[in-house]
Design a protein around this ligand. Structure first.
Ligand code: SF4
Ligand code: SF4
Length: 421
C-alpha cells in the first residue's frame, strides 16, 4: 500500500523569499544555486511578485519538501541533518511558529495559495559597497570592479551589470503585497550605505507595519548615522551581524580601505544605542589565510567588547552571543586556509589550541564555538591537490596588490614578513 511521507517543513522554503543580488528568487542563501537554477528564475524587476514567488523552481522545491522528499538543491541541509548536526532549516524553523498552518498555504503543485501569508524576506541589495575586502570580489562589491579589471579578472562584471533590480516601484510592490511581514534580512554589498534600503524602511513605517517587523543585517559598520538609527526605532528590533576579521592592522588589510579607529568608534556608538533602543549586535567572521594565525587575539577582542556592552545586548545569550558566526573563504582558492605550507599550518594549529584555552576560560553560556575550533583544525588538515600552485599564486597576488594599493602587506599581516622578500 502506498504510504505518503511526512512533509519536511522548511520555514524558509514555505514561508519566505530570498532575492539574490540580481533580484532573482531562491528559498534561502544555503541553496545550491546551480542545482536550483537561480539564473533561470524570473527577475523581480521584470515580473510581478506573484510570478516570482510561484516560479517553476520555487514551486517544485516546495512541492518536494511538502511530499517528504529532499530536493537535490537542499543537499547542504540534508547532509548536515543526516550527520546529526544542525542545519539552516533547523535553526530557522524555530522562528516559524505554526508549521501546519504554513503548509496549508501550499497547493499540491507547490505554489502559494496566498502571497500575503509570506512572513520572511531576505534581500540582497545588489553589490553596492564601499570596501574592497581582500577576500571579496566585484560580484559582491561594486568597489572591486576597477581593481579586478586592472588585474584582468571578472571582466564580465561591470557597473552596468544587472545588480540594480530594486527600483522604487519594485520595493513598493513588496510593501503592498506582504502585509504580514515579520522579518526582513538585508545583506549586500553594504546595506547601510544603500539609499533604496532606507526608502523601503520608510515605506514600511508609512504603511504602519514596521512595529511588527524584526530587521536583521550583515554590515561592515563603516557608516552609522543618526538618521538611520531614527528609522530603526520604528521597528520591533534590529539585529546587526557586524563583520570583523582581525584586530587593528590585520582588519585594515583584510577589510580595505576601512580604518580600525573609525570602525571601533562606530562599535562604541552602536553599543550606546543598545542601551536605549531595540538594537542588538553580533559578530561575523570570515576565516582566511590572513587571520587564521591571529584568531586568539580577535576572539578576546570580541568577547570583551561584548561584556562591555550596556543594555539588553548581553542579557540575551541564547540569541546574541559574544562568539561570531564563522564562514570560510573558498573563493579565491588561494586564500583558503588549507593551502598554507606545513610550517604555517602547524603555527596556526598552535594558535587554535591557545584559542581553545581562551574560550574555556571565558565560561560562555554557549559552547558551539569550541566545537567550531575543531572544525577549523579539520580544515587546516585538508591538502588540496593544487596546494603549491595556490600558495605560489597567493604570494604573487600579494605583491601585485601591494603595488596597486600602495601598501606593504608585511606591515599588516605578520607571517608574510617571512615569505615575501
Ligand atoms: S532545506 Fe535548507 S537549503 Fe533547502 S530551502 Fe530550507 S534552508 Fe534552504
Ligand atoms: S564589506 Fe562585504 S560586500 Fe563589501 S567588500 Fe567587504 S565582504 Fe565584500
Amino acid at each position: 500500500m502506498f504510504s505518503k511521507s511526512s512533509p519536511i517543513f522548511c520555514g524558509l522554503a514555505h514561508s519566505s523569499l530570498s532575492l539574490s543580488s540580481t533580484g532573482r528568487v531562491r528559498p534561502c542563501c544555503a541553496i545550491d544555486s546551480k542545482t536550483f537554477g537561480v539564473v533561470k528564475t524570473p527577475k523581480l524587476s521584470e515580473n510581478n511578485l506573484n510570478e516570482v514567488a510561484n516560479s517553476y523552481e520555487m514551486n517544485k522545491l516546495r512541492q518536494e519538501l511538502k511530499n517528504g522528499q529532499w530536493p537535490e538543491a537542499c543537499r547542504e541541509c540534508q547532509k548536515k541533518e543526516l550527520e546529526g548536526g544542525g542545519s539552516l532549516r533547523k535553526s530557522w524553523n524555530s522562528h516559524f511558529q505554526d508549521p501546519q498552518k504554513i503548509l496549508l498555504n501550499i497547493n499540491d503543485d507547490g505554489s502559494l495559495k496566498k502571497l500575503e501569508e509570506l512572513t520572511y524576506l531576505d534581500l540582497t541589495f545588489g553589490n553596492k559597497c564601499n570596501l574592497r575586502c581582500i577576500t571579496c570580489n566585484p560580484t559582491c562589491s561594486s568597489a572591486w570592479i576597477k581593481e579586478s579589471h586592472e588585474k584582468g579578472e571578472y571582466l564580465d562584471v561591470t557597473s552596468q551589470s544587472p545588480f540594480d533590480w530594486y527600483s522604487a516601484a519594485v520595493l513598493d510592490q513588496l510593501v503592498n503585497s506582504l502585509p504580514n511581514l515579520k522579518t526582513l534580512n538585508f545583506v549586500g554589498g553594504e546595506p547601510l550605505i544603500n539609499k533604496e534600503h532606507r526608502f523601503l524602511l520608510e515605506r514600511l513605517i508609512e504603511k504602519k507595519i514596521s512595529s511588527e517587523i524584526h530587521l536583521s543585517y550583515v554590515t561592515n559598520l563603516t557608516i552609522l548615522d543618526d538618521e538611520l538609527v531614527g528609522l530603526w526605532r520604528n521597528f520591533k528590533s534590529v539585529a546587526l551581524a557586524v563583520s570583523v576579521d582581525g584586530v587593528d592592522k590585520i582588519n585594515d588589510y583584510i577589510r580595505y580601505p576601512s580604518n580600525w579607529s573609525a570602525f571601533q568608534a562606530n562599535v562604541e556608538k552602536l553599543k550606546k544605542y543598545t542601551q536605549s533602543t531595540n538594537i542588538y549586535i553580533s559578530w561575523c567572521l570570515t576565516i582566511s589565510v590572513f587571520n587564521i594565525l591571529s584568531l586568539n587575539e580577535l576572539f578576546k577582542w570580541m568577547y570583551y567588547e561584548y561584556l562591555d556592552c550596556p543594555g539588553e545586548f548581553n542579557k540575551r545569550p541564547g540569541i546574541f552571543t559574544p562568539m561570531p558566526y564563522m564562514q570560510r573563504v573558498f573563493n579565491p582558492a588561494t586564500m583558503n586556509i588549507s593551502i598554507l605550507p606545513p610550517e604555517l599550518k602547524s603555527r596556526a594549529y598552535e594558535e587554535l589550541q591557545a584559542l581553545e584555552k581562551t574560550l574555556k576560560a571565558f565560561e560562555l553560556p554557549r559552547w558551539e564555538t569550541i566545537s567550531q575550533v575543531d572544525v577549523l583544525k579539520d580544515w587546516l588538515q585538508e591538502a588540496p591537490a593544487n596546494q603549491n600552485e595556490c600558495w605560489n599564486t597567493l604570494l604573487k597576488d600579494l605583491v601585485w596588490t601591494d603595488q596597486y594599493r600602495k601598501l606593504e602587506v608585511k606591515n599588516y599581516i605578520p607571517w608574510t614578513k617571512e615569505y615575501l622578500s
